[in-house]
Write a protein that binds this ligand. Structure first.
Ligand SMILES: NC(=O)C1=CN([C@@H]2O[C@H](COP(=O)(O)OP(=O)(O)OC[C@H]3O[C@@H](n4cnc5c(N)ncnc54)[C@H](O)[C@@H]3O)[C@@H](O)[C@H]2O)C=CC1
Ligand SMILES: O=C(O)/C=C/C=C(\O)C(=O)O
Length: 484
């Protein structure tokens, strides 16, 4: 049986307590994972602290950048290992993981290695009271030891989205991946070892949240900053932990994102776009759309077309050609999603398609499968419309005016992302400035440029990462004032 160990100070560390990592395709056992306790988390944070003052701390920016490019190259060289590991942990289609997850795992190092060479610092000349002059300039230093807490939906992508820029800015990290998806984080530790990243720079601790490695890490006084992606309630707990010692947090959290489809849209492109935003990665994308508002004249036609598109999705073995719809991440998550499927019916939804577990033959019968689901007819007050489900499901409702569409989209405690489909570009831009989200797509969805800001408004997050925004979070600024 495979075992996933912790990686602390350049050493592979086993523990007495282990938990199971299961494959959601058929609930088979992938590996036993060594759970880090307080002692291991303490060792990891201390190693990360010491490494700040070791070879890593004195390395030039260019040498550090080259090392991160070597990490990206090694991920590319071991592409098939990463692919197999991600598929075993999540069940996602090979086509998706090989197009999105694994390439982004490398890009998150390559792009930030490059960007970090060119981040500017500010400088101001000013007149002093004595009639002379002074100059101010900014100095950027690494923030220190960064705790990275990452989720299970895009495991390698979302973990490296934080580790890449944190290391590029000269920090050291302690990573706690989701207990559901420990495999690619473990492979990344192997890559760090192969490339010769100095001991203590990248540390990996496995475990859960409360009363386990996640809480021990975020509560640890030796951590200088915490970056987290996951559920909003977990973000609240992490914020409380960070308050002790006044440590900065970057929180990317849940959403209940709205799609808006106008009657003048390119119909086929809109159907294809909403199919992706509702069902890609089995709906387990924080940027996904679980509620879509469609202008009334095309509402019935749109519902019918999306139904056809949802019903053409193919579950099965992730390696099979044509398979494009995976299971949910776990049986526990399947129970959660199915509870919303039941709630929708109880709240009066019309089930256009799906609405139940997907009973598949053979070993797949044991997996965490649910059908892609479309509802209409729910009141906007239903929990199905208000709460993040994180499954392959979407509610469609008609609207009659731009004003109404904006009001519906904004009627949520979340503010992560939105996607609008229209050929009226003026209207699209108007909506871009009125819908209260951090990320707004026009005639597209999940198109990513790593230089742009990424994060959410309201309960979807605090702070932004990406490009210069990552630089802001992962460095400390000092102003130096020189009297001339
Ligand atoms: N990208 C996103 O916005 C994501 C949203 N979610 C949402 O969260 C729901 C539950 O998924 P989970 O993986 O359970 O999310 P979660 O927020 O509980 O877990 C995310 C990470 O935080 C860690 N964690 C949990 N509690 C912690 C604590 N008290 N202190 C420190 N670390 C802690 C977990 O071990 C994991 O590594 C999903 O159904 C979905 O609604 C989940 C994953 C990603
Ligand atoms: O492209 C990214 O950096 C992130 C994409 C998706 C998420 O953040 C998510 O689903 O959590």
């Amino acid at each position: 049986m495979k075992a996933f160990r912790n990686y602390i100070n350049g050493q592979w560390v086993t523990t007495a307590k282990q938990f199971e990592d299961r494959n959601p395709i058929d609930n088979s056992l992938v590996a036993l994972v060594h759970e880090a306790g307080k002692e291991e988390v303490d060792a990891a944070v201390n190693a990360a602290r010491a490494a700040l003052n070791g070879p890593w701390g004195s390395m030039t920016q260019a040498a550090r950048g080259n090392m991160l490019v070597a990490v990206a190259d090694e991920i590319r060289r071991r592409f098939d290992d990463f692919l197999a590991a991600e598929i075993a942990d999540t069940g996602k289609p090979k086509t998706l993981a090989s197009r999105v997850d694994i390439p982004r795992g490398g890009d998150n190092f390559r792009d930030f290695a490059d960007l970090s060479q060119r981040f500017p610092t500010e400088s101001y000349m000013f007149d002093t009271p004595d009639g002379g002059k002074a100059v101010n300039y900014g100095v950027r230093t690494p923030r220190g030891v960064i705790a990275v807490i990452s989720p299970w939906n895009l495991p390698l992508l979302l973990m490296t989205w934080k580790v890449g820029p944190a290391l590029a800015c000269g920090n050291t990290v302690v990573v706690k991946p989701s207990e559901e998806t420990p495999a690619t984080a473990t492979l990344l530790a192997e890559v760090m070892e192969t490339v010769g990243v100095p001991p203590g720079v990248f540390n990996l601790v496995h475990g859960f949240g409360p009363d386990s490695a996640g809480a021990f890490l975020t509560e640890h006084p030796g951590v200088d900053g915490i970056t987290f992606t996951g559920e909003t309630r977990t973000g609240e707990v992490i914020m409380k932990a960070a308050a002790r010692g006044v440590r900065p947090v970057s929180l990317e959290m849940g959403g209940k994102n709205a799609g808006i489809v106008f009657a003048d849209c390119d119909f086929d492109k809109a159907v294809a776009g909403i199919t992706r935003s509702a069902f890609e990665n089995t709906g387990q994308v924080c940027l996904g759309t679980e509620r879509v508002y469609v202008e009334r004249p095309i509402f019935d036609r749109f519902v019918a077309a999306l139904k056809q598109s949802a019903e053409s999705l193919k579950p099965g073995n992730p390696y099979d050609d044509g398979m494009n719809f995976g299971p949910l991440v776990s049986l526990a998550h399947q129970r959660k999603v199915l509870s919303y499927y039941e709630k929708a019916v109880a709240d009066g939804a019309t089930v256009v398609t799906g609405g139940e577990r997907w009973a598949l033959p053979g070993a797949l019968a044991e997996g965490a499968w649910v059908k892609p689901t479309i509802w209409t007819g729910l009141p906007e007050t239903s929990a199905v419309i208000r709460e993040e489900i994180f499954g392959p499901c979407v509610h469609l409702a008609p609207f009659d005016s731009e004003e109404e569409a904006v009001a519906l989209a904004n009627d949520t405690p979340y503010g992560l992302a939105s996607t609008v489909w229209t050929q009226d570009i003026g209207r699209a831009h108007r909506l871009g400035s009125r819908i209260n989200v951090g990320i707004f797509w026009i005639n597209s969805w999940f198109l990513r440029d790593l230089r742009t800001s990424f994060g959410g408004a309201k309960q979807s997050g605090i702070g932004r990462e990406g490009g210069a925004h990552s630089y802001e979070f992962y460095t400390e600024t000092r102003n130096v004032c020189v009297k001339l």
